[in-house]
Design a protein around this ligand. Structure first.
Ligand code: AMP
Ligand code: ZN
Length: 462
C-alpha cells in the first residue's frame, strides 16, 4: 500500500514519495525553552516520533532536525526576571526537555540546532539581506526589519486565507506602528533596553532575529532548500509556518516543503492545554501521580494525530489497563514459545499506519490479535512455533510503538516470591500464599490469580 498523508497545504490526502528514493528529511519545530514543556507539546513530539518510527519501519532512512528556540520575548523576559544570563536560563529547560523526551521514549532527532548559535544567526542575517535585495523585506523607522507580505503572492496559501486583505484596525501594537502593513512580520527585531545584553550585530544595527526566520534558517542550513516533511502542532500553521514558507521560498525561489503535517491539540476540559491558560501538566506532574512514562506515551499516542484528544486521569488508567493486557499476552506467549517460528504474520499493522498514520486501526489490529491468540492459548491450541512468530511480530510492531519493556522489569526477588506463592497455592497452603501476597504488596507488586496462573503487575502508585 502506498504511503499517504494529509497535507495541510492542499488540505487533502496525498500520496507521499520523498525527493530521493529511500531517504526522508523531516523538520520539526521544537520547544521554546522558557519553561518546562507541557504534555500538550509532547503530544506533538510523540506524533512526530510515531511518524519517524513508521517511516523507518518501512525502510526509509530518516534525517530529522528539531530546532530549539532559545531566544524570543518569553526567554528574554524569563532570564531578566530570574536575574541570570539568557543561556543559563534556557539551559535548564533544554535539559528538562531531553529528560522528558527520554521518559516518553521519543527517539532523538539527528540534530538539535539552537537559534542563538552564531552560525545560524549568520544564516538568518544573510537570508534577511537576500529578502531585502528582492524587495520582499524592508527596514522600518523603528529599525526593525519586516517581511513585506504584499510582494509574496503565495502568502496565506498554507493557512487558506487571503491575508493581504487584512485591514488595519487601528489597534496595532505600539512597537509595530512602523510597519507598512498590519500583516507584515518581523524578521529582525531592533534592540531595545528590555533586551539587556541579548543582542547581535547586523547590517541593520544591533538586535535579534524574529522567531519565524530562525526556523527557515536552521531548516535550510541543515536540510537544504527543500524538505520532504515539515511538522508541528496546528497552532504553528499561522503565522509561523506561513512565514517560514514566505521567507524560505522568497530567498530560494524553490518549493520549501513537500508535505506539511500538523497535529491537533491536546485538550483539558475541552480547552487547549497551554501555558498561558494555566491548565497544563508536565511529564513530572504525571509521574508524581504514580504513572509511568510509557503509560503517558500510550495515552498520547493512541488517538489519531488529527483528532483532538482530551487529557483525563481516567484516560491514564485506561492506558495502564491496555498496557497490562499487552504485558500479560507477551508473558503467556513467552511461556509457550519455542525456538522455531511458524508462519509470519501479515502487515496489517504497518498498512494501517501507511494510511495517514491510522493508529486507531493499527492498535485495533493489535488488540484483535491479542484477543484471538489469548483464546487459542485458553484452549491450549497455540503451538510453540506460532507463539514464537507472534513474539517476533511484536518486536517489529514495538519498534514503532515503543511501548514494550515493562514486563521484563520484574525484579528477580519479586519473581522468586511469586514462584513460592504459586507453590503454596498448589499445596493449598492459603495462609502462606496470603503472607507472600502481602510481602509482594509491600514491595509494590500485585498478584492476581487467573485460570492461566498468577499475573504480576506493579501496584498503582508504587
Ligand atoms: P511551543 O513551545 O509553544 O512553540 O510549542 C511546541 C510544539 O508543541 C509546537 O509544535 C506546538 O504546535 C505544539 N503544541 C503546543 N500546545 C499544544 C497542545 N495543547 N497540544 C498539542 N500540541 C501542542
Ligand atoms: Zn518552527
Amino acid at each position: 500500500m502506498a504511503l499517504r498523508f494529509f497535507n495541510t497545504y492542499s488540505r487533502e490526502l496525498e500520496e507521499f514519495a520523498p525527493r530521493e528514493a529511500g531517504k526522508i528529511d523531516i523538520y520539526t519545530c521544537g520547544p521554546t525553552v522558557y519553561s518546562r514543556a507541557h504534555i500538550g507539546n509532547f503530544r506533538a513530539y510523540i506524533f512526530e516520533d510515531l511518524l519517524q518510527r513508521h517511516l523507518e519501519a518501512r525502510g526509509f532512512k530518516v534525517h530529522r532536525v528539531m530546532n530549539i528556540t532559545d531566544v524570543d520575548d518569553k526567554t528574554i523576559r524569563g532570564s531578566r526576571e530570574a536575574g541570570i544570563p539568557l543561556t543559563k536560563f534556557t539551559e535548564q529547560f533544554k535539559e528538562a526537555f531531553f529528560d522528558d523526551a527520554e521518559t516518553l521514549r521519543i527517539k532523538r532527532a539527528d540534530e538539535y540546532p539552537s537559534a542563538t548559535d552564531q552560525h545560524y544567526i549568520d544564516k538568518m542575517i544573510s537570508m534577511i539581506g537576500a529578502l531585502i535585495a528582492k524587495g520582499l523585506a524592508y527596514q522600518a523607522d523603528d529599525k526593525s526589519v519586516y517581511f513585506r507580505i504584499h510582494n509574496f503572492p503565495n502568502y496565506g496559501k498554507l493557512a487558506h486565507f487571503d491575508l493581504t486583505q487584512l485591514q488595519s484596525t487601528g489597534r496595532v501594537k505600539h512597537d509595530e506602528y512602523d510597519k507598512e502593513h498590519i500583516g507584515d512580520f518581523a524578521l529582525w527585531k531592533a534592540w531595545d533596553e528590555k533586551d539587556g545584553d541579548v543582542k547581535w550585530a547586523s547590517p541593520w544595527g544591533p538586535g535579534r532575529p524574529g522567531w519565524h526566520i530562525e526556523c527557515s534558517a536552521m531548516a535550510t542550513a541543515l536540510l537544504g532548500d527543500q524538505i520532504d516533511i515539515h511538522c508541528g502542532g496546528v497552532d504553528n500553521i499561522f503565522p509561523h509556518h506561513e512565514a517560514e514558507i514566505a521567507q524560505s521560498e522568497g530567498v530560494t525561489g524553490k518549493k520549501f516543503v513537500r508535505m506539511w503535517m500538523h497535529c491537533a491539540h491536546l485538550l483539558v476540559d475541552g480547552q487547549k492545554m497551554a501555558k498561558s491558560l494555566g491548565n497544563f501538566y508536565t511529564v513530572p506532574d504525571v509521574l508524581a501521580k504514580g504513572y509511568t512514562g510509557r503509560e503517558l506515551r500510550y495515552a498520547l499516542i493512541r488517538v489519531h494525530y488529527r483528532t483532538q484528544l482530551n487529557f483525563t486521569w481516567e484516560g491514564m488508567n485506561e492506558a495502564r489497563e491496555s498496557l497490562g493486557r499487552i504485558d500479560d499476552w507477551l508473558r503467556r506467549l513467552r511461556e509457550i514459545a519455542g525456538d522455531e517460528s511458524g508462519i509470519a504474520p501479515g502487515h496489517e499493522f504497518e498498512d494501517a499506519l501507511d494510511d495517514d498514520l491510522n493508529i486507531s486501526a493499527a492498535l485495533g489490529f493489535l488488540f484483535e490479535t491479542i484477543r484471538e491468540t489469548n483464546r487459542a492459548m485458553d484452549r491450549g491450541e497455540l503451538d510453540p512455533a506460532t507463539a514464537g512468530s507472534w513474539l517476533q511480530w511484536w518486536n517489529r510492531v514495538d519498534a514503532v510503538l515503543a511501548l514494550g519493556g515493562q514486563e521484563i522489569e520484574i525484579p528477580p526477588a519479586v519473581l522468586a516470591l511469586a514462584k513460592e506463592r504459586e507453590q503454596a497455592r498448589l499445596a493449598k497452603d492459603w495462609k502462606k500464599s496470603d503472607e507472600l501476597r502481602d510481602q509482594l504488596s509491600a514491595l509494590g507488586w500485585e498478584v492476581r490469580d487467573s485460570k492461566d496462573g498468577q499475573k504480576i503487575t506493579k501496584r498503582a502508585g508504587a
